[in-house]
Design a binder for this molecule. Sequence first.
Ligand SMILES: Nc1ncnc2c1ncn2[C@@H]1O[C@H](COP(=O)(O)OP(=O)(O)O)[C@@H](O)[C@H]1O
Ligand SMILES: [Mg+2]
Length: 278
Amino acid sequence: MAAGGSAARVASVPHPTAGNAPILVELQSVAKTYVSRDGTEVDAVRPIRFDIGNGEFVAIVGPSGCGKSTLLHMIAGLTRPTAGQILLQGKPILGTRHDIGIVFQDPVLLPWRTVKENVLLPAAVRKSVLSSASARAAELIDLVGLSGFENKYPSELSGGMQQRVGIARALLLDPSLLLLDEPFGALDSMTREQMNVELLKIWSESRKTVVLITHDINEAVFLADRVLVMSARPGRIVNVHTITLPRPRTVSMIGSPEFGALSQAIRADLYAPRGDNS
Ligand SMILES: Nc1ncnc2c1ncn2[C@@H]1O[C@H](COP(=O)(O)OP(=O)(O)O)[C@@H](O)[C@H]1O
Ligand SMILES: [Mg+2]
């Protein structure tokens, strides 16, 4: 992890975890089978049952192609499940909605719009009152550490900065749920570590429920309350690890025996032969 004062930037706001928080999201035997044009079926996600607590930080790890993005897209309402349903605050998710924010691996910024204009995009699309959205955008740009860059264009930003714009944009409409699909996968390891610390700060300050897909086990352990491990395709849950590390998390915890043991346990699940842990 990045050294140098990062720990002090992690706010010490206590957070509810799975055990005591009301449920925000319910995955009720959710499954997805894609049907290609020639009629071939691809089982992407086997029926998954899982509840996410309000304010919880859940990380999902699993091999490439195991259905992680499919699962996240179903939660976002971008893809309909072929079986089961997903509830947000007790109501089925039937399509995209402003109370769910999503950040993709590629931040997909509009190159002809400034940082602030990109952050404001969801408000422009929904024709929300732009004056209040503008004030909110300024707050979020500050929250993600981009003050002073409001009027820059994406081509003038580093990859990490572009990803921060994507996160601010996803938070603009104040979603109760923030979904992140390998958002830092393309970043160098130092920037990635800094982004992890930033993300913890954002989570603490905005008090969102977060679901993060990552292929980095240490990132999952450092950030999450629970880490859900998926099997190779068709994806199913092989294990759920409760991360017992105290909060606020600091980079110094990464070298601790407890951190190492948690990472190792997750790694063991990922590399277990199929059929184990089922
Ligand atoms: N739109 C689609 N049509 C057909 N197959 C798809 C589609 N999207 C994903 N898949 C397949 O579903 C499986 C899971 O994909 P994905 O959810 O992207 O996995 P992951 O994010 O874990 O890498 C893969 O085999 C992929 O090829
Ligand atoms: Mg994916």
